[in-house]
Structures are given as structure tokens and as C-alpha cells.
Design a protein around this ligand. Structure first.
Ligand code: DX5
Ligand code: ZN
Length: 215
């Protein structure tokens, strides 16, 4: 069964507590939290204090997507803030292998994210350390962008790569996902679909989540 992770990037940040409750009631499986530093990506969002305050507002697992430079300097803070999945970009650190094993040693699921232009081959010697792989299907930084169609081939190739290595690691896909394209992305091999604008801009988020799962 596919899991849906609404991204709060498209939520009303002045009412974050209610916005989180809204997607939990609508049937979300995970809460996708986009952390941006204005360096790795040209946008700025939230950090550990806001995330830890959300803990009391929902029982959804926190899927924290770090789009920041030098993530190694902040890992402990995000774990303390409540991340259950903590994803770092392969492009953002020169010691991703060490970082993934460190996150795992803390009892948190280590995710590794790839920008659209980053080859899958870069995963080869670190894949066994990852608890999740995040395929970016837009260039990170903003919500509401269009899905890059070539990413479907990338997801399929990643699944084949895992198979040949005897690994079964969940694949999360993030960016430009909506009710219309969810089915083909799931068929390509996605296990978790992130959706920000498609869910938060909809008059009835529960309907969007239900349709994505049905399809
Ligand atoms: C983009 C973020 C995504 C974003 C997705 O940098 O990582 O999680 O919120 O938003 P939509 O679903 O609107 O493309
Ligand atoms: Zn994201």
C-alpha cells in the first residue's frame, strides 16, 4: 500500500498546528517537513524549535527532509526535535556514508535524497546504509512546481538497482505529485508519495489523499 506524506511547505505557517491536524484527520501516513537553509536551496523555512512544538499536535511520524548545507552539524538537533525519518541530500555532504550510519545508530531512519540531476550511481556504495531513498522529482526549493517526467525512469532504475543488490528500501518521491500523476509514479515503484500543493490547496484534502491511495 502506498503511503502519502503531505508536505507542510504549502500549509498556512501562521496556523501550523491546525494545518497538521487537518492532514492527519484527512488520512495522511507521514508528515513531510521541508527544512531549507537559503544556501543549499534558494529558500528558507523552519528549524528544530518549530518542529519540536509540532510534536504535541499530532501523532503522525515526522519525515524531515533537510535541504541544508553541512547537515552533519545539525543532525542531533533534528533528532531531538522529533524526526523519525531524517533525510539528507547526497549533494550536501562529503561524508554521507558516515552520516547515514550515525543517524541509524540513534534509532532514526536515515534517508538519502537525490536531486533530479544526480546519477543513481552515486548511491552504489552507500545504499546499504540507507533506510529510505528520496527521489526529487522537481529541483528542490519550492512547492507547486511541475513533475519532471524523466524521474519515472529514474525510479524504475533505482528499483532495479536495489533488486540486483538484494535490498528492499522504501522509495519516496517528492515534487509535483497530484491526483492525476500519482498512479504512474506509484507504478514506477514509489512507496511513499510526498504532496504539498496538491493536498493543501485542495478544498477537501481527505478526498485527494483517498484518490491517490485508490489509484
Ligand atoms: C520541494 C520540497 C517538496 C515540496 C513539494 O523542495 O522538497 O517537499 O513541498 O511540493 P509540491 O507537492 O507542491 O511539489
Ligand atoms: Zn521535501
Amino acid at each position: 500500500m502506498i503511503q502519502i506524506a503531505p508536505s507542510i511547505l504549502s500549509a498556512d505557517f501562521a496556523n501550523l498546528g491546525e494545518e497538521v491536524k487537518k492532514v492527519e484527520d484527512a488520512g495522511a501516513d507521514l508528515l513531510h517537513i521541508d527544512v531549507m537553509d537559503g544556501h543549499f536551496v534558494p529558500n528558507l523555512t523552519i528549524g528544530p524549535p518549530v518542529i519540536s512544538h509540532l510534536k504535541g499536535r499530532t501523532s503522525l511520524p515526522f519525515d524531515v527532509h533537510l535541504m541544508i548545507e553541512n547537515p552533519e552539524n545539525y543532525i542531533d538537533e533534528y533528532i531531538k526535535a522529533g524526526a523519525q525519518i531524517l533525510t539528507v541530500h547526497i549533494e550536501a555532504s562529503v561524508h554521507v556514508h558516515r552520516l547515514l550510519s550515525y543517524i541509524r545508530s540513534k534509532g532514526v531512519i536515515p534517508g538519502v535524497a537525490l536531486n533530479p540531476g544526480t546519477p543513481l550511481q552515486n548511491l552504489e556504495y552507500i545504499l546499504d546504509q540507507a533506510g529510505m531513498v528520496l527521489i526529487m522529482s522537481v529541483n528542490p526549493g519550492f512547492g507547486g512546481q511541475a513533475f519532471i517526467p524523466q524521474m519515472k525512469e529514474k525510479i524504475k532504475a533505482l528499483k532495479n538497482m536495489m533488486k540486483s543488490m538484494n535490498l528492499a528500501i522504501p522509495v519516496e518521491v517528492d515534487g509535483g505529485i497530484n491526483e492525476k500523476n500519482a498512479k504512474e509514479i506509484a507504478e514506477a515503484g514509489a512507496d511513499i508519495l510526498v504532496a504539498g500543493s496538491a493536498i493543501y490547496n485542495a478544498p477537501d484534502p481527505s478526498q485527494v489523499i483517498r484518490h491517490m491511495k485508490e489509484k
